[in-house]
Design a protein around this ligand. Structure first.
Ligand code: OAD
Length: 236
């Protein structure tokens, strides 16, 4: 912990990759682990283009339920610590796999939403994208003014990441002195691939997680614990 605090104090460029674990203390369910969403639901039924083509109502009911949970969630101390860190480091990028918007709510500015936003909807016909914060949605599945179905503005399994955002994430990772990996199981690619890019570019990689992950023995420092406790300690 001491070494990481010193590295952060002198860092010129920091990139952070967050996952569902940073929002766990805000009451947003993670995907994996004992209470994870993928214990109760199958990703292929709910989070793929095929699932949506098969049963848009079922997919939307699940997203509508998650939106209602997230609408009640507030950023936690971990989110706030990352927003504070951004103010202190000359170059800072927060790359997140989360779709809940809690980083922005806590004051983070340079957020790269690799997997989209649960508050966005996109038309499957005219492709218009807009923000819709209604919970519950008045109509499921929701429709665009053009008459076509709307879909959640998130990235599903089997879909490409938004190219510009991915490019920015790669660039930020390449130039980082320190790369923080926080609250992610680090098994979903391409996001997890940023860790290898960071290492290859000479960054010090620090992981914060309540449990070891597949990457824990390939990084510089593993800090075990909750992000809502450890992140504030790192910047204190
Ligand atoms: P996961 O649910 O796979 O992993 C959450 C990680 O957070 C685990 O490694 C936990 O040990 C850790 N964790 C839980 N509580 C924590 C806490 N309080 N502090 C620190 N760590 C904690 O979530 P992601 O890695 O984000 O993608 O999952 C990646 C992607 O897989 C998601 O974006 C989603 C999912 O399927 C899509 O839907 C495309």
């Amino acid at each position: 912990m001491h070494a990481v605090r010193e590295w952060l104090k002198h860092a010129r460029s920091v990139a952070v990759l967050t996952g569902a674990g940073v929002s766990a203390e805000s009451g947003v369910p993670t995907f994996r682990g004992n209470n994870g969403l993928w214990k109760r639901y199958r990703p292929e039924d709910l989070a793929t283009p095929d699932a949506f083509a098969r049963d848009p109502k079922l997919v939307w009911e699940w997203y509508d339920w998650r939106r209602s949970l997230i609408a009640q969630a507030k950023p936690n101390e971990g989110h706030y610590a990352l927003a504070e860190l951004e103010k202190r480091v000359p170059s800072f990028s927060l790359i997140t796999q989360n779709v809940d918007g809690l980083h922005e709510l806590s004051g983070s500015r340079n957020v790269l939403n690799l997997h989209g936003s649960i508050w966005k909807v996109r038309c499957t016909g005219c492709e218009r994208e807009s923000v819709d914060r209604q919970t519950p949605l008045p109509e499921i599945p929701p429709k665009c003014e053009c008459g076509a179905l709307l879909r959640p503005g998130v990235v599903w399994f089997g879909e490409a990441l938004p190219p510009r955002i991915w490019q920015d994430a790669e660039t930020a990772t390449r130039s980082a002195d320190i790369f923080l990996l926080v609250g992610t199981s680090a098994i979903v690619y391409p996001a997890a691939g940023l860790v290898q890019i960071a290492k290859a570019s000479g960054a010090r990689v620090v992981e914060i997680n309540i449990a070891e992950t597949v990457l824990s023995d390939r990084i510089d420092e593993f800090l075990q614990g909750r992000s809502g406790e450890l992140l504030p300690q790192l910047i204190a």
